[in-house]
Design a protein around this ligand. Structure first.
Ligand SMILES: Cc1cc2nc3c(=O)[nH]c(=O)nc-3n(C[C@H](O)[C@H](O)[C@H](O)COP(=O)(O)OP(=O)(O)OC[C@H]3O[C@@H](n4cnc5c(N)ncnc54)[C@H](O)[C@@H]3O)c2cc1C
Length: 381
């Protein structure tokens, strides 16, 4: 393992690997990733991997649309056979008039940014997903280019491409501490020895707060369990991801035929618990029955959970911490860190190298919390 690197990235999830690849692509090759488990063993490998551009704030629309275009070309860019990117669209349900009103506003905004979404009637929604019943459906929005991918393959693709460009990727290597001298982190202390560094990136997902504390940085983040399950595979039945913000529910059919579905629990305590519960199964079954009763006939193969890394506005923190002056943050993604990773990887690499970022993410800086300038997004699960 190298004992000196220009950039030390803590976390081998999709974001750590995407940043590593983009740094190397832009010419900074003395880069190392430190991952305490195996790649994608954090939130990345536990997520639903939905990719949508249908958002309610301009910045999220821009970031997600740019990422979506990158996902479309990722196999070619990274020379990787298949990331299982299926663009079956996202059907977003409105179960009350106020919810429909918000979705209409979202679609109006999305139209100005080139996102091909549209408002659909309940009947049209049921034509798009024939097993959708949802008696209380008021309307929906649909964008055909949204979709989902395989998060393991995306991370693998980035890490292999990064390695080919000279990045050192260390698995089973935990960052245990950091040495700060003056205004800079000069060394990361890993379970395999110390490494001096020019800059550090905190891409530790649910543990971003713990890693930031090693550099003396306090982050307003916390982690929260989200549960999810996969069913037996069946013949193709559902094209789009079906999602309800008011129920906190999403449901998709993978190319393999399995359904992956999950639901948030508003009463979930903060913490690092990644266990799973019977209550989740009951709650999900009841809500799936309300929306798409046919699916309750499917047998469940496995349930699991992962953590959302949350901020006060459920939006990522991107940029410098301030002090130490070479400590970069890429965390707090809530439930959408996979879908934004292709553009986030590029933007973070550009900022670290002092280049103009493709999209200005100044509004996602850490300072927004102190200034009270939260970026409130109406459309999250
Ligand atoms: C159930 C569920 C469903 C989701 N669905 C979606 C979705 O549909 N679409 C979407 O875009 N997002 C979704 N998300 C969110 C998404 O998973 C995350 O935002 C994203 O994976 C974050 O990636 P990351 O690389 O930043 O973090 P992670 O994947 O968590 O990677 C961080 C890595 O850091 C490592 N680490 C931590 N501390 C240390 C240390 N001290 N030393 C070394 N390594 C360390 C961890 O082992 C981990 O592998 C979902 C999340 C969950 C839990």
């Amino acid at each position: 393992m190298k004992t000196s690197v220009d950039v030390a990235i803590v976390g081998g999830g999709v974001n750590g690997c995407a940043i590593a690849y983009n740094l190397a692509r832009l010419g900074c090759r003395n880069v190392a990733v430190y991952e305490r488990g195996c790649l994608a063993s954090g939130s990345t490998g536990r997520c639903a991997a939905g990719v949508r551009a249908q958002w309610g704030t301009e910045l999220n629309c821009r970031l997600s649309l740019a990422s979506l275009h990158k996902f479309e070309r990722l196999p070619e860019e990274l020379d990787y056979p298949d990331i299982e990117f299926k663009q079956g669209g996202y059907l977003i349900l409105a179960l009350s008039p106020p919810e429909m009103e918000q979705l209409r506003k979202n679609v109006a905004l999305q139209g100005t940014l080139g996102i091909p979404s549209r408002v659909v009637t309940p009947d049209e929604a049921r034509r798009i997903v024939p097993h959708l019943t949802a008696p209380d459906l008021v309307g929906a929005t649909f964008s055909p280019s949204d979709g989902h991918c395989n998060p393991f393959k995306v991370t693998d693709a980035y890490s292999l491409a990064a390695r080919r460009l000279g990045v050192e990727i260390n698995t089973a290597t935990e960052v245990l501490g950091m040495d700060v001298e003056g205004q800079r982190v000069v060394r990361v202390r890993t379970s395999r020895g110390p490494v001096s560094c020019g800059a550090v990136v905190d891409a530790a997902g649910p543990y971003s707060g713990v890693v930031a504390a090693m550099a003396g940085v306090g982050l307003p983040v916390y982690s929260q369990r989200h549960q999810i399950l996969v069913t037996e595979p069946v013949a193709p039945l559902q094209g789009p991801m079906v999602i309800s913000f008011s129920l906190g529910l999403y449901c998709q059919q993978t190319p393999h035929g399995s359904f992956i579905t999950g639901i948030g629990d508003p009463h979930e305590p903060k913490g690092f618990d990644t266990g799973h519960s019977w209550e989740f199964l009951e709650d999900l079954a009841e809500k799936i029955h309300r929306l798409m009763p046919l699916l309750t006939r499917l047998r469940i193969v496995r349930q699991w959970s992962g953590s959302y890394n949350m901020t006060p506005d459920a939006q990522a923190i991107l940029g410098l911490a301030g002090q130490p002056e070479n400590f970069w943050l890429t965390c707090g993604f809530s439930g959408h860190g996979l879908m934004q990773s292709p553009i986030v990887g590029e933007i973070m690499a550009q900022m670290i190298l002092g280049q103009e970022p493709t999209i200005n993410v100044g509004r996602l800086g850490l300072g927004r919390f102190e200034r009270g300038e939260l970026l409130l997004e109406p459309s999250v699960v």
